[in-house]
Design a protein around this ligand. Structure first.
Ligand code: GLU
Length: 440
């Protein structure tokens, strides 16, 4: 039974980078008919906020990403304490008392000597008396997991055969001095107890994976399949980390990005399969292939979402838009025509009111000095609305006969005078939606 999870920490809003992780895990579970768990990694009581827990669910729901159950790490602290006891009993857990400043100093010395900044395990040499003295002086120590110094190897679902020399990694701190359980052990316990079969996450977790494989083994368990996707960069390859705030899913939503546009892009970006707009999550799941993703950083350009959004809207049938269009105040008998005309000329839904206002009120006329008389005469030949499908052709035929103008010289000044724009829908369509006789 395939089981995956998406495990955000509720310390901020989800951004496009998180979405990739969520989507991959979701699609793997759905494609296999398995289980997808939303796991809230909230062991840090200071930084975890209930409003982010709500926002995570809201954002995933907006995209149609559903989970079979939700789990909270904060409700499972007893399970982690049990695992910590087991590691203690197995001799794989030791207490260390260095202050952050001391650790920093050690790292600097190592770097100066050209050595990797790996924790030197000085705490392993402490006697019980020395520990008691340090505890009395500094309070509880942190608990570190004692790695076996060997190569930790696995076959990664994206990166292929990987191995990491455990000696190049510091023994990870699993419990802080104040008793707070850290993600590394909580995740191991959850992945094991919840029967997670596949863990897909960002390549920033590769070293975590190595240590977690050893912790799982120390607790008597095998490990799930791991896959690490590349991290997103900006269009020029620049790190996205600073801009991720501005790439929050809720901001994209507020900017009018359509869920299927976002999902279509994120499901393929960085893979050997081309990005194509699909109209359902099912279609994405169908075509999803984790092995088609590469290890190179994936360039993300927010602007790519706009043409996809426009194409998506282009294909939306009127019935799905009827309420939104009615809410704009478009009269019922014009609503369908309005949608057919407007949808080819919008990038996001937020462009719709602008078009309606233009048809309702007319545009601010753009008239070149040399066209003033021509336009004034043409407007004088136009009756009061309502206009029909033939208004444009009969009107321009009359104006053509009267002015002797034709082609661009005839149509363009009229388009600019009626709409205030150089481009837009067919003028025949504009005219039949126009609610007011244009004036100069
Ligand atoms: N809470 C962790 C994170 O957001 C989860 C990593 C994982 O998937 O194990 O980075």
């Amino acid at each position: 039974m395939t089981t995956t999870r998406f495990a955000p920490s509720p310390t901020g809003y989800l951004h496009v980078g998180n979405l990739r992780t969520a989507l991959f895990n979701y699609m793997i579970a759905r494609k296999a008919g398995g289980t997808f768990i939303l796991r809230i990694d909230d062991t840090d009581p200071e930084r975890s906020k209930p409003e982010y827990v709500d926002a995570i669910q809201e954002d995933l729901s907006w995209l149609g990403i559903t989970w079979d159950r939700i789990e909270f790490q904060s409700k499972r602290l007893d399970r982690y304490a049990e695992a910590a006891d087991a590691l203690r009993a197995a001799g794989r857990f030791y207490e260390a008392f260095e202050t952050p400043t001391e650790l920093d100093l050690k790292r600097k010395k190592q770097l100066n000597m050209g050595k990797p900044p790996v924790y030197d395990r000085a705490a392993l040499a402490l006697s019980e008396d020395e520990k008691a003295a340090l505890r009395a002086e500094r309070g509880q120590g942190v608990w570190r997991f004692k790695l076996d110094h060997e190569r930790i190897a696995w076959t990664d679902g994206i990166l292929g055969d990987l191995s990491i020399d455990a000696a190049s990694v510091s023994d990870p701190v699993l419990i802080r001095g104040d008793g707070q359980v850290l993600y590394t052990i909580a995740s191991v316990v959850d992945d094991t107890e919840m029967g997670v079969t596949h863990v897909v996450r960002g390549s920033d977790h590769v070293t975590n994976t190595a240590t977690q494989i050893q912790i799982m083994a120390a607790l008597g368990h095998g490990h799930p399949e791991f896959a690490h996707h590349s991290l997103l960069t900006g269009p020029q390859g620049e790190a996205l980390s600073k801009r991720l705030g501005t790439l929050a899913l809720r901001d994209l939503r507020a900017d009018g990005i359509e869920p299927m546009a976002l999902l279509s892009l994120m499901a393929r970006l960085g893979s050997s399969q081309p990005v194509e707009l699909v109209d359902s999550l099912d279609a994405l799941i169908e075509g999803f292939d984790l092995s088609s993703f590469g290890s190179a950083p994936t360039k993300f350009d927010r602007d790519d979402l706009l043409p996809l959004t426009a194409r998506f809207l282009h294909g939306v049938p009127f019935a799905e838009m009827a309420d939104e269009i009615a809410a704009l105040g478009v009269p019922a008998d014009l609503a369908e025509t309005f949608w057919e005309v407007a949808r080819a000329n919008i990038t996001t839904r937020s462009d719709l009111p602008g078009w309606w206002h233009l048809f309702r009120d007319g545009g601010a006329p753009k008239v070149a000095e040399e066209d003033r008389d021509f336009v004034a005469d043409a407007f004088a030949r136009l009756p009061e609305p309502p206009y029909g499908p033939d208004t444009w052709s009969s009107w321009t035929a009359e104006v053509k006969a009267a002015s002797g103008r034709k082609g661009k010289g005839l149509f363009m000044p009229l388009r600019r005078a009626v709409t205030g724009l150089d481009r837009g829908p067919e003028m025949a369509d504009v005219m039949r939606l126009l609610q007011k006789k244009p004036t100069l």
